[in-house]
Design a protein around this ligand. Structure first.
Ligand code: SF4
Length: 351
């Protein structure tokens, strides 16, 4: 079994230095994430090199709307999670235990890169459960992919300590980072976590790395969706991260331990309107059967539709290098609207 990178000994205990929980484990104990386990040799990673879920997805499904729109991404995850969200939409994996690896499939990093190439994917995504808890494996996969011209994406809650964060973000090319709410109370009550480390990860990723970042917030009626909370979140995002970072507001459905009603479409539409009023330029809504224009990417200058979407299908209407349309064609041209305004994101094909 692989030994983890980030831990130290304190007397009889092993302290995990990967995430802010800093679990203190006696030999044989498993961390909060239900994945990392203390052994006599150190903290071990039973799921290194094994995947529990694997699929080829449109990149829009991550969701990433400004990162090679229309391209395909090889997506995989393991089991466990270092947050305890009562509303987890992937709880069958996130609440899976390390012992569930017998249901997983061995896929060492070079095999992940091979699979991506064989399936015509431009990128690989660490998703379904949080890649923070399998960071060593994710980083190794990202390196193997980079050597083959494949980019890497992390879909994460951003709950990670500074040292592993530096290594993870140095290895990847894009991230969708959850901002699950905007109060310590929400993070504590609904996620069994804290808000501050997540804000620190967002600031770090946007200002100190070259990683392309988009944000997702799952809006839960009566929990994190009050207009003043949306306004506070949007104002912070604009002031601290910039007006052009894409923000995905997605609909919650009853799952795991939270059974309250699903997010109604009008709540998402109102939240989007507030975010746009606060000055954010790219605000999308998702997890709805028909979000209409809220799926499209419009020029922030003239309002022209630059990338049109239906469900998870994307079609670039204005030439964008590397952006494939629904037929798999890659129109030539600049990532720029005809009015001259640049479209933020990654649109130039690397292979
Ligand atoms: S990664 Fe897991 S074991 Fe390590 S501190 Fe976080 S929850 Fe605990």
């Amino acid at each position: 079994m692989r030994i983890a990178r980030w831990w130290h000994r304190e007397g009889e205990r092993l302290v995990c230095d990967l995430c802010p929980r800093r679990c203190r484990l006696r030999s044989g104990q498993t961390g909060f994430c239900a994945l990392r386990v203390a052994t006599d040799e150190g903290i071990a990673l039973p799921t290194w090199g094994r995947v529990s879920a694997l699929a080829v997805d449109p990149i829009e499904k991550k969701p990433l709307y400004h990162f090679y729109p229309g391209s395909q991404v090889l997506s995989f995850g393991t089991v466990g999670c270092n947050l305890g969200c009562r509303f987890c939409q992937n709880w069958h994996l996130s609440r899976g235990r390390a012992g569930a690896e017998q249901h997983s499939r061995p896929l060492p990093p070079p095999a992940i890169a091979n699979l991506a190439v064989e399936n015509g994917c431009d990128s690989v995504a660490f998703t379904y459960n949080d890649p923070v808890i399998f960071a060593e494996y994710a980083i190794a996969c990202a390196h193997a992919c980079r050597a083959r011209g494949i980019q890497s994406v992390a879909v994460t809650a951003g709950y990670i300590e500074a040292a592993p964060r530096r290594e993870l973000f140095a290895a990847i090319d894009a991230a969708n980072i959850d901002l699950k709410g905007f109060s310590e109370e929400f993070y504590r009550r609904y996620c069994l976590a804290h808000l501050k480390p997540v804000l620190e990860t967002l600031l770090y990723a946007v200002h100190q790395t070259s990683v392309w970042v988009e944000i997702t917030t799952l809006l839960i009626p009566g929990a994190n969706s009050a207009p003043e909370q949306i306004r506070a979140m949007a104002t912070w995002i604009r002031r601290e991260l910039g007006a052009e970072i894409p923000w995905h507001l997605t609909a919650y459905r009853p799952a795991y331990r939270l059974r309250q009603r699903s997010t109604p479409p009008n709540l998402l539409a109102e939240a989007r309107r507030i975010a746009l009023d606060c000055g954010l330029r790219f605000v999308y809504t998702g997890n709805l059967p028909d979000a209409g224009d809220a799926l499209n990417t419009r020029c922030a200058g003239c309002g022209r539709v630059l990338v049109e979407r239906q469900g998870f299908r994307a079609k670039a209407l204005v030439p964008v290098p590397g952006a494939k349309d629904g037929n798999g064609e890659a129109p030539a041209g600049a990532a720029r609207c005809s009015c001259g305004r640049q479209l933020p994101g990654r649109f130039t094909a690397r292979r």
